[in-house]
Design a protein around this ligand. Structure first.
Ligand SMILES: NC(=O)c1ccc[n+]([C@@H]2O[C@H](COP(=O)([O-])OP(=O)(O)OC[C@H]3O[C@@H](n4cnc5c(N)ncnc54)[C@H](O)[C@@H]3O)[C@@H](O)[C@H]2O)c1
Ligand SMILES: [Zn+2]
Length: 356
């Protein structure tokens, strides 16, 4: 089957190529987009076993001189010392501004390799090769890069757009059901923001069987948003649907709950709140809850609305401040609503079925 190509038209535009089995063809695709240069592949210890040999073979076949840097897998390693290890490796390899970094893996790898590429020599090119559904539908497109600090997630980072994204949807076959569901949560979020066609795949269809179409529609949607608002001053904020409560749940769980699972609960909370507070058309909450549970995702939490509101507002303590909520009105239509921080607890209570 022909790969699907989506162009992201930011200042220096780039292609997102999506298809089953593309890893074997990635050397040729990169040569067409990058020309000749040296490549450093960054990947984590899990993905290195699964896909690094195939990628390195393909790069060698295309005539590339490539080496690899492997760091220990997991969010716990998305931090400054992994980043500095990466930068020292680039310098030791005498990577120049003409050369390019390749991020092979999930969102952790993409966020860190993108950050390293964005600051090494004040910016070298990088290619995203996402191997999780979450990275494919969300983090590999749009140029947000980051590492976590002790004080919180993604606190250090920069915007640096990739030069290309190559998404081999066959790599998702080795994801555990939980890791696949993590990505499904972000894709369901996109369905709520974008339209009925995508949303109905999660309501009625089989996500694994339709994965290429799901990735293509999510990437096309994200590309349009990023083109309109590259640095998140306006409409890009809508991509945070479900994330106010979601981030609070992640924080309350001490980050033991994976991001996608927390976002799923966050989507259910804001949908129920939107109905109760008269912002949304009924029955949006029931439809969203059904789509989430059908795809192996949770819709409730043990944490109290008070605990979530406190976590969500921990960096917004000042009285009189406002917080921007992304609120679903109907499938395919969401609004940004500014509320006083004092009202957030009532929103969470409404979304957690405790009438204030
Ligand atoms: N930059 C952005 O715009 C953006 C958007 C959303 C999320 N993120 C970030 O993305 C990260 C989460 O991404 P993630 O869920 O991909 O996490 P991840 O990169 O840690 O991958 C999850 C796990 O799956 C393993 N894995 C990766 N590909 C695999 C495959 N094909 N088969 C089997 N195992 C595989 C990894 O080794 C890891 O253990 C978070 O740090 C989050 O902050 C960034
Ligand atoms: Zn997210």
């Amino acid at each position: 089957m022909e790969p699907c190509v989506i162009r992201v038209r930011v200042r220096e535009g780039y292609d997102v190529v999506i298809g089953g089995g593309l890893l074997k063809d990635s050397g040729r695709l990169m040569r067409a987009a990058l020309g000749s240069c040296r490549l450093i592949v960054v990947t984590d210890s899990n993905v290195a076993h699964l896909y690094l040999p195939t990628l390195l073979n393909s790069l060698a076949e295309a005539g590339y001189d490539a080496c690899s840097y492997v760091f220990p897998a997991g969010e716990a390693h998305k931090r400054m010392d992994s980043l500095s290890g990466m930068l020292e490796f680039f310098a030791g390899q005498r990577l120049t501004r003409m050369d390019c970094v390749v991020a092979l893996g999930g969102g952790v790898t993409g966020d860190m390799a993108g950050f390293a590429a964005g600051c090494y020599l004040r910016g070298v090119r990088y290619v995203q090769v996402p191997t999780t559904l979450l990275a494919a539908v969300d983090s590999s497109v749009g140029g947000k890069t980051a590492v976590d600090l002790a004080a919180g997630k993604n606190l250090a980072g920069l915007f640096h757009q990739p030069s290309m994204v190559i998404c081999d949807t066959k790599t998702f076959e080795t994801l555990t059901p939980d890791e696949f569901a993590n990505g499904t949560a972000e894709a369901i979020k996109t369905g709520i923001l974008d339209d009925e066609t995508l949303f109905s795949v999660f309501e009625l269809g089989d996500a694994r069987a339709n994965v290429k179409e799901i990735v293509a529609q999510c990437v096309a949607f994200k590309a349009r948003i990023v083109e309109a608002d590259e640095t998140e001053t306006g409409i890009r904020k809508t991509l945070n649907l479900g994330h106010t409560a979601g981030h609070a749940i992640e924080q309350c769980s001490g980050f033991s709950m994976p991001h996608g699972h927390a976002v799923a609960i966050g989507l259910a909370i804001i949908a129920r709140a939107a109905e109760r507070l008269g912002w949304a058309q009924v029955p949006i909450a029931r439809r969203i809850e059904h789509a989430l549970t059908r795809n192996g995702l949770p819709i409730t939490t043990e944490f109290s609305p008070e605990a979530l509101a406190e976590a969500a507002l921990s960096d917004k303590k000042r009285a009189g401040g406002t917080i921007t909520l992304v609120v679903p009105k109907q499938i395919g239509d969401c609004a940004l609503i500014d509320i006083p921080v004092e009202q957030l607890l009532d929103v969470f209570r409404a979304g957690m079925e405790i009438v204030a």
